[in-house]
Design a binder for this molecule. Structure first.
Ligand code: ADP
Length: 566
């Protein structure tokens, strides 16, 4: 571009200089003619005229002649002109002495004609030179003009293309890059601005290609890795976005919902739930603790158990303070193996406790016979021994009873006989049952009950069992000669049964744990099973009631149950 424009500029300058030079030459030539020769002719003409008029007006003519001669003397330009002029001057001096001398006049005329001839010849020569110069100028201007025309024409044809072609190519390449075709390159390799532009563009395209390739490869590799990982997991997994659209689902999950991947991916889980019950149970009750209710699903050709966990996924976008919700992952943990083991354990406990119950009962009967004198008299030591065996077998019976209750609860074989029951009767039955035990520790059990309490909807046997358990614990963890209060009160639509003791109390960190199966507070009575309160909870909740404890370490505990009134 610079070269083209520069060349044009140079051509214009050359053309201007050549033209100016020749015009100057012609001007100089013609100027010479005017200045040197034309003036001489003028002076000569004036001298001739004044010479003719000498006889008429002598002095004036002499003065004019003298003036022109003087001018001529300073305007000598041609060879021999000075000799002739000097001759003219001397002849004029002679004429001035003798003004009527016709001979000298003729000589002067001769001299003037000679000067005129010299100058006319010079004019002719100079005019020829000027003509020559004009012709040469014509030639040169024509030559330089033609050259300029040819070069300018060439530039006219080529320069726009030289500029436009790379721009066209560049525009097309930019469009390709915009369409993510990062392998596109431009191919103009001139050593000019376009060359630099091409180089920069190609470098940019290459870097974009590298960036694109490395990112894509990395992303697709990571995606594959995650998909393989998720697919190889034994637990069913379903990923949803924050709108509830299914993003991924592994083979295990597909197996249990009985659908194909293409029918699930990208679909709204709620839409699928309309026709698929399992999907419905997977997406509902999201807030409910999944551990409480393992899901029973027919999978792998058998009934399987799954624990549902819904993990909410949030991310903090780069440079932002707030985390945003990007969806949920539903994980179904297959706990079938543990469930099977649990069933086996429950069955074993049920069988063992059931089988133990009869021999223990017969031991108890035998002991009663031994105690009575019908089988012979026994001394005091033997009586004491029989007493402790009775106590142990009673404890064994309690333990086997609790284990049996628990196994029935776990297998779902619990039989509730819910009926209209009097709270007073339930309490009376329970206090009667532990009367002897309380007496042994000189513990007084007092009843604080409101009058005319309504009946409750309850299984009286199971509720008494719970109260007996509360009272047994209260006696166990209270000191001798203390007092236990059994309180009955009406609270809204429920009756509250409370067993209040002033025993050792429960540390606040164990308060919720005491209702867990097999849990015993460290350092407490080891002879128990840790099942009593767990079974109590199950019994009460099965009757739509609630159970809780309030306790302070070293002050005492209050265990209570709430049952609905009729
Ligand atoms: P256990 O048969 O071992 O008594 P429970 O389920 O009845 O089992 O009780 C669980 C634990 O709760 C006991 O080990 C005991 O430490 C604690 N506990 C229950 N009742 C009381 C109470 N009235 N006072 C203090 N601790 C108690």
């Amino acid at each position: 571009m610079n070269l083209g424009v520069g060349l044009l500029f140079l051509l214009i300058i050359i053309l201007t200089l050549v033209s100016a030079f020749y015009i100057f030459l012609i001007k100089k030539d013609t100027g010479n003619i005017l200045k040197a020769n034309y003036n001489t002719l003028e002076y000569s003409r004036n001298m001739l005229l004044s010479l003719d008029e000498i006889s008429i007006n002598e002095n004036k003519s002499i003065a004019i002649f003298e003036l022109n001669l003087k001018k001529q003397t300073t305007n000598i330009t041609e060879v021999d002109e000075d000799i002739v002029t000097k001759k003219l001057a001397s002849n004029f001096n002679v004429l001035k002495q003798n003004r009527n001398d016709e001979k000298i006049k003729a000589e002067i005329r001769q001299n003037i004609f000679e000067i005129m001839k010299l100058n006319m010849n010079a004019i002719k020569i100079k005019s020829d030179i000027a003509k020559q110069t004009a012709e040469t100028a014509n030639l040169w201007i024509a030559f330089v003009g033609t050259l300029c025309f040819l070069i300018a024409f060439n530039l006219l044809i080529n320069l726009p293309n030289n500029i436009a072609n790379p721009i066209k190519e560049l525009t097309a390449s930019i469009k390709e890059i915009a369409n993510k075709n990062y392998s596109e390159r431009v191919h103009f390799w001139h050593h000019n601005e376009f060359g630099d532009l091409a180089k920069s563009f190609n470098t940019m395209a290459q870097k974009l290609q590298e960036y694109h390739n490395s990112n894509l490869y990395k992303l697709s590799f990571e995606k594959k890795r995650l998909e393989t990982l998720i697919n190889n997991m034994h637990d069913p997994i379903i990923g949803l976005d924050n709108q509830g659209v299914i993003l991924f689902i592994n083979d295990q999950a597909l197996k249990i919902v009985g659908m194909k991947q293409e029918d699930v991916i990208g679909k709204l889980a709620t839409t699928l739930a309309v026709t698929n019950d399992l999907m419905k149970s997977l997406i509902i009750n999201e807030l409910e603790s999944p551990k409480a209710h393992p899901m029973k699903i027919y999978a792998d050709g058998k009934e399987s158990y799954f624990e549902k966990e819904i993990v909410n996924i949030t991310i903090k976008p780069t440079g932002e303070e707030q985390s945003i919700d990007i969806g949920n992952v539903i994980i179904l943990r297959n706990i079938t193996v543990f469930k099977e083991l649990d069933f086996a354990k429950t069955n074993f406990i049920a069988t063992v406790s059931h089988e133990l119950k009869t021999p223990i009962a017969s031991i108890k009967m035998s002991l009663q016979l031994l105690e009575s004198d019908s089988t012979g008299t026994i001394n005091e030591d033997q009586k004491q021994l029989i007493g402790s065996i009775k106590e142990d077998s009673q404890r064994l019976l309690k333990i086997t009873g609790e284990l049996l209750e628990l196994s029935q609860l776990e297998t779902g074989n619990i039989q509730l006989n819910i009926e209209k029951s009097s709270p007073y009767e339930i309490v009376r039955y329970a206090t009667e049952a532990i009367k002897t035990k309380a007496e042994q520790k000189q513990i007084e059990i007092s009843l604080e009950a409101e009058n005319n309490l309504p009946n409750v909807k309850a299984d009286p046997e199971k509720t008494s069992w719970v109260l007996i358990n509360f009272l047994t614990n209260a006696i166990t963890y209270s000191s001798e000669n203390s007092k236990i209060i059994v309180r009955l009160k009406l609270t809204e639509k429920q009756i509250t049964f409370q067993v209040i003791d002033t025993g050792k109390g429960i540390d606040s960190r164990y308060k919720t744990k005491v209702f867990d199966k097999y849990f015993q507070i460290p350092g407490s009575n080891k002879s128990g099973t840790g099942l009593g309160l767990a079974i109590s909870k199950e019994f009460i909740e099965a009757q739509n009631g609630s159970i809780n404890v309030e306790s302070e370490l070293g002050i005492g505990s209050t265990f209570s149950i709430n049952l609905n009134i009729v």
